[in-house]
Design a protein around this ligand. Structure first.
Ligand code: NAD
Ligand code: AKB
Length: 314
């Protein structure tokens, strides 16, 4: 049977790039883009205007297109959720339940739902954070992701729901803009370096965080969704690592390519969020269970970002 895939939140930072990749795998007519608003990125795909919180509309879209796989990307990210905690909780949890319950009823048969390094908190070991460790998230976003992970595992164990998940670090890409996260600075810095030659960072210079280049995040997403079911041994969510850096370190690297680039620092409320997260991640389980290995290190990511952003800005 041909897979019919629905991406909910297809217009976001990840959705835009995941859509491209899933088009290559399944063919654009089999990949349905859903979001609150349309986007030029959906030009080749069927599009559905959909609010994930509208259960009836969701059911109708799934029936209309005979969807069997859902990638659920709609969520409020860390910084936005902190400004509106109750709505962040509602969107992130009810959206997930709406999809998990369709999978429980066997209306769909496979679900992808991303978690985040935000499941960890101030009491988690910061270096090489293990797969299994203390998890006391201090943000509403992190609490929603941790609860979501528990529910994913519960639905797998209780109802045999084939749900797969990754704890993404901060994602960096040139094709799409980030929306409302704490790690967004790591994308903004490139645009500012090329456009004005200076950037005021909302995190302090030594705030080290785990990050990943978007092509690796897309590869991991596709790989875990295509791994044999028995290889996906963790049904909460897998740790995933790329590389780590602080604003000072990435600025120094960018300066090697753009010598006049200057960075200044003015921390805001996102500093507290970043300070509660790990600095580096141990992703041994993902590599052992389904062969995960990133393609990009920090220097390759920087070169590729600058090359592509220069092209689209010229
Ligand atoms: P994003 O904010 O860029 O995109 C989310 C998309 O969802 C947007 O296009 C938005 O319009 C859509 N959306 C919002 N509310 C909706 C609703 N009610 N119904 C339908 N669509 C709705 O987010 P992203 O960076 O692409 O992240 C996608 C997922 O990956 C989220 O669950 C996020 O927590 C997770 N994640 C992202 C990162 C990252 O660095 N980008 C890291 C860790 C985890
Ligand atoms: C955010 O900063 O909120 C996201 C994430 C790491 O989950 N990029």
């Amino acid at each position: 049977m041909t897979d019919k895939v629905l991406i909910i939140g297809a217009g976001g930072q990840i959705g835009t790039e995941l859509l491209e990749r899933l088009n290559q795998i399944h063919g654009p007519s089999n990949v349905i883009a859903a979001d609150l608003n349309s986007s030029s990125a959906f030009a080749n795909n069927p599009y559905e205007k959909l609010d994930i919180l509208d259960k009836e509309a969701l059911y109708n879209v799934i029936k209309k297109h005979q969807i069997n796989q859902v990638y659920l990307l709609a969520a409020l990210l860390s910084a936005t959720a902190e400004k509106n905690p109750m709505f962040g909780w509602q969107l992130n949890m009810d959206g997930l339940f709406n999809i998990l319950n369709l999978a429980k009823e066997k209306i769909i048969d496979k679900v992808y739902w991303p978690s985040s390094i935000a499941v960890f908190g101030p009491t988690t070991p910061k270096l090489n954070t293990p797969q299994y460790t203390v998890m006391e998230p201090s943000t509403v976003y992190g609490i929603s992701k941790q609860a979501g992970e528990r529910w994913c595992e519960y639905y797998f164990n209780k109802y045999n729901v084939d749900v797969r998940s990754l704890r993404y670090p901060g994602l960096i890409g040139w094709k799409s803009a980030p929306g409302g996260g704490t790690t967004d600075y790591a994308v903004h810095i490139f645009h500012h370096a090329l456009e004005s030659g200076n950037y005021e960072c909302f995190l302090s210079e030594d705030t080290t965080l785990p990050m990943m280049y978007m092509p690796d995040a897309i590869k991991a997403t596709v790989d875990i969704m295509h791994a044999p079911s028995e290889n996906v041994k963790i049904r909460s969510s897998y740790n995933l690592a790329g590389f780590s850096f602080s604003p000072k370190e990435i600025a120094a690297e960018i300066k090697k390519h753009i010598p006049n680039f200057e960075i200044t620092y003015k921390s805001d409320f996102r500093q507290n969020i970043a300070d509660s997260w790990p600095q580096s991640i141990d992703d041994l389980s993902a590599s052992q269970d389904w062969g995960w290995k990133p393609d990009y290190d920090l220097n390759q990511m920087i070169k590729d970002m600058l090359l592509n952003l220069r092209k689209i800005k010229s």
